[in-house]
Design a protein around this ligand. Structure first.
Ligand SMILES: Nc1nc2c(c(=O)[nH]1)N[C@H]1C(S)=C(S)[C@@H](COP(=O)(O)OP(=O)(O)OC[C@H]3O[C@@H](n4cnc5c(=O)[nH]c(N)nc54)[C@H](O)[C@@H]3O)O[C@H]1N2
Ligand SMILES: Nc1nc2c(c(=O)[nH]1)N[C@H]1C(S)=C(S)[C@@H](COP(=O)(O)OP(=O)(O)OC[C@H]3O[C@@H](n4cnc5c(=O)[nH]c(N)nc54)[C@H](O)[C@@H]3O)O[C@H]1N2
Ligand code: SF4
Ligand SMILES: [Mo]
Length: 746
């Protein structure tokens, strides 16, 4: 019997915990937290443990699947790439490249292929129809920080371990484990904050798990956070609480902000937000008075019709209180690899809406179009109509608004290719599904989340188990697709393309005048990275040229060799102040009052005059769930129904709803019937339904999920209801009506 221990960073959420796996005869038999991990120190949650169930899941695809009519058949990789070539080439030949669309889902950010190679493939498609989960998620944050600090990845994170006054708005890290805020064991870190005398305030229409441990919970009306924050900013000016501290001299636009917030005293916004003027002012005073304070906002503040305004105001308030770039405040991480703001310089001016979507004229954002317009771009005839789609690690049929219309539009496509581990609500429409190896069968490095982490670290996980015979890695699959899209056919030379990708990365680095490698010979650098290939080679280059790197022997520093020699990771220290070097704005200063945001206040004023809907819908997350795709694991999907509609007892009484009964939920976009859970943990006038459910669809090959299907919350979200600046859809604060029904959806 052969038993050993293997280490693997968990890829399922942004917390990036180190797992310690017992491998017995080629099977993982036990999962624990790696106590020696330099970052997570033994923490893990139930999803991490489920990494084995995912690997062993009989429904997880291990071979390519080709659709023949309504059924799928396993196929060889060669055959599968031929079908992919035939499918994509046919769409391009018949309708042109602008008829092809790409959608990239959330797990791309959680693996090195998705971060380094999927974008290469998307570019090879040479279409303007590029979509991703970002416009269902964090795009408002990218837009706000890019306008203010010059780069979309210059996202400050709460320095939670040194903070003594933390305000969490529209996030529930005790359920989600944190987002745009990488910190393993946030529950423990928040409890430690309180134990050292710090205070935690949660602003959420629900008494979330995080709200339960907070010192104060403000149950805001959904979709009104921007007003609440305007009231806070107004108080800061009105009561002379603005104190820039170390930021003095580094901020432009304070007067413009003062003027912009002047019409919003706490009294004006209080009723609409459902928070008293006194509470708003207290919040402002406490934030301003805190030595180490921070305001943080997440999905409840971004997936909103004023998502970018809200994200901007969060940054503004942190600046006005002197909390930005301050120990214990909102600090800029410095990732070990690939952090674009690591080198000083002047970024490109941020241009939004360089082109517009064909049907509704929604604006482009960072080369993407809003996922909200996917359905209409597919089902509206005319020049540029989407006829073919490539999805990588995405389930837009459940994660994007549009519900039944989007499902139908996917069914009507001329051709579709998916890179995915399951045949689910989206990939069931594909002509061919190309499955990557399981998480245990490939190496891992957190390129994206190191840019958002509360401590700078570098950790590498080798593959725990060997791939299936003949199984290409995910980066090889997407490069094969890139070859097809570039017209090289299904047998393009992947290794030559990989050289090309690596050379591109090298060339971008050496072109930067501040790079330690500036002016060096790219071919020599490429040769110096041999014999590594694929993501490993690029990560070695990014580490060595990065802020802690050895610059190929020019200085003391790290390389991938060094990181691999430290199986529990290398700790690169606590966050350090990074201003002014971190700024890539044209002025070299913090741009506190970007014109696009000041202009958006007009839209807010118009909206404020509208009637307030009597009943609105919000989402929520559960610790044992992960968007739409881990519901097939018995370890996570068991016990009571989790896809319930939370209703306040007062609303239940007035609407005739009872706990365990069913309610029909009607919104402008559609209708679903869900089980009612009566609870006083939600504001009256607000109901909550989680997203990512609705697995009882024909053609979905996920037997456990199908048995406990839930309903699709995105039947109710309205694709026309977006934050125009960021193209992000309002997934919260959806006006709805409710009525009791006698039977459930089954
Ligand atoms: N109503 C409502 N809608 C929401 C949200 C909400 O709060 N409310 N949240 C939004 C947010 S924040 C997000 S991020 C999106 C997520 O939107 P998506 O990314 O579109 O959806 P996921 O459910 O994460 O689906 C991930 C897909 O990737 C596949 N997959 C998993 N691992 C891998 C892998 O390693 N490689 C490949 N190739 N495939 C893999 C899974 O099988 C699944 O098909 O949903 C959004 N939708
Ligand atoms: N267990 C688990 N972890 C996850 C995920 C998962 O599905 N399950 N998904 C991952 C992904 S893709 C992401 S993006 C992150 C998200 O991470 P978080 O942002 O922490 O997500 P949630 O737990 O949904 O918390 C959002 C909170 O916003 C509240 N809210 C809704 N509308 C409003 C509003 O208008 N104003 C305010 N102030 N609050 C509002 C909701 O009640 C909810 O408590 O989580 C990640 N981690
Ligand atoms: S908290 Fe996130 S990273 Fe940690 S074990 Fe759970 S899912 Fe994995
Ligand atoms: Mo997300």
């Amino acid at each position: 019997m052969d038993t050993n221990t293997a280490l693997r960073i968990c890829p399922f959420c942004e917390a990036t915990c180190g797992l310690s796996l017992t491998v017995h005869d080629g099977r993982v038999t036990e999962v624990r937290g790696d106590e020696d991990d330099v970052f997570s120190q033994g923490y893990l949650c139930p999803k991490g443990v489920a990494i084995t169930e995912l690997h062993d899941d009989p429904d997880r695809l291990r071979e390519p699947q080709i659709r023949r009519g309504d059924t799928f058949e396993s196929a060889s990789w060669e055959e599968a790439f031929e079908v992919a070539d035939e499918t994509l080439s046919r769409v391009i030949a018949q309708h042109g490249r602008q008829a092809l669309a790409f959608y990239g889902g959330n797990p791309n950010t959680h693996n090195i292929s998705g971060t380094l190679y999927t974008p290469v493939m998307a570019r090879a498609a040479a279409t303007q129809h590029i979509y991703s989960a970002s416009t269902l998620d964090q795009m408002p944050k990218h837009v706000a920080v890019a306008l203010m600090y010059g780069d979309k990845f210059s996202i400050p994170v709460p320095d939670v371990d040194r903070c003594d006054y933390l305000v969490i708005m529209g996030a529930d890290p005790l359920s989600s484990n944190g987002s745009l805020w990488t910190a393993p064991d946030l529950p423990g870190r928040l409890r430690a904050l309180k134990a050292r005398g710090g205070r935690l305030v949660v602003i959420d229409p629900r008494r979330s798990r995080t709200a339960k441990i907070a010192d104060r919970h403000l149950g805001v009306v959904p979709g009104t956070d921007q007003l609440l924050l305007l009231g806070v900013a107004h108080t800061l000016f009105a009561e002379n609480l603005v104190r820039l501290r170390h930021l003095e001299g580094q901020v432009q636009g304070i007067d413009a902000v003062r003027e912009a917030v002047a019409p919003y005293p706490a009294e004006r916004v209080a009723a609409r937000c459902g928070i008293t003027a006194d509470d708003i002012r207290t919040l402002a005073r406490e934030l301003a008075g805190a030595e180490r304070g921070c305001l943080y906002g997440r999905i409840g503040t971004t997936t909103q019709r004023f998502g970018t305004l809200t994200s901007w105001l969060i940054e503004v308030i942190n600046v006005l209180c002197g909390h930005l770039d301050h120990e214990g405040g909102a600090m800029f991480p410095l990732g070990a690899a690939g952090h674009r703001n690591a080198l000083p310089g002047v970024g490109r001016p941020i241009e939004l809406h360089r082109w517009r979507s064909r049907v509704s004229g929604m604006g482009e954002v960072f080369s993407e179009l809003p996922s909200a317009c996917l359905a209409e771009e597919m089902d509206t005839p005319g020049e540029g109509q989407i006829r073919g789609l490539i999805t990588v690690a995405g389930n837009p049929a459940r994660s994007a608004p549009g519900g039944a219309r989007l499902d139908q539009a996917l069914a009507n496509l001329d051709g579709m290719v998916s890179v995915d581990v399951y045949r689910n609500e989206t990939t069931r429409h594909a002509n061919v599904i190309l499955p990557p190896p399981s998480q245990l069968q490939r190496p891992h490095f957190d390129l994206a989340f190191n840019l958002l982490a509360v401590r700078n670290t570098a950790r590498w996980s080798p593959a725990v188990l060997p791939p299936e015979p003949g199984q290409p890695d995910e980066w090889e699959i997407v490069l094969r697709l890139a070859g097809i899209l570039a017209g090289q056919g299904p047998k393009a030379d992947v290794m030559a393309m990989d050289d090309f990708v690596a050379l591109n990365v090298i060339q971008r680095e050496i072109a930067h005048p501040a790079s330690p490698l500036h002016g060096q010979d790219p071919a020599e650098l490429l040769a110096a990275l041999a014999p590594r290939r694929g993501p490993e080679r690029i990560i070695d280059f990014l580490l060595r040229s990065g802020p802690y790197g050895d610059a190929f022997g020019q200085r003391e520093g790290i390389s991938l060799d060094a990181v691999q020699a430290a199986p529990h990771g290398i700790d690169l220290g606590a966050l350090q102040p990074r201003l002014p070097g971190v700024l890539l704005t044209a002025s070299g200063a913090i741009e506190l009052a970007p014109a696009a945001l000041i202009a958006d206040l007009d839209r807010l004023e118009r909206w404020e005059a509208d009637d307030r809907p009597p009943l609105t819908l919000i989402g929520r997350r559960h610790l044992r769930s992960n968007n739409s795709w881990m519901h097939n694991l018995p370890m996570l999907n068991s016990g009571t129904n989790r896809c319930t509609l939370w209703v306040h007892p007062d609303d239940a009484a007035s609407l005739g709803l009872r706990d365990g009964g069913f309610a029909e939920i009607t919104a402008s976009a559609g209708q679903v019937t869900a089980e009612v859970e009566v609870t006083d943990a939600i504001r009256p006038g607000v109901v909550s339904l989680p997203h990512g459910w609705g697995h009882d669809t024909e053609g979905v090959d996920m037997s456990v999920a199908r048995g406990r299907p839930g309903v699709n919350a995105n039947q109710l979200t309205d694709p026309t209801d977006i934050d125009p600046l960021s193209g992000t859809v309002a997934l919260n604060a959806i006006p709805i009506s409710l009525s009791p029904v006698s039977a459930g959806p089954l």
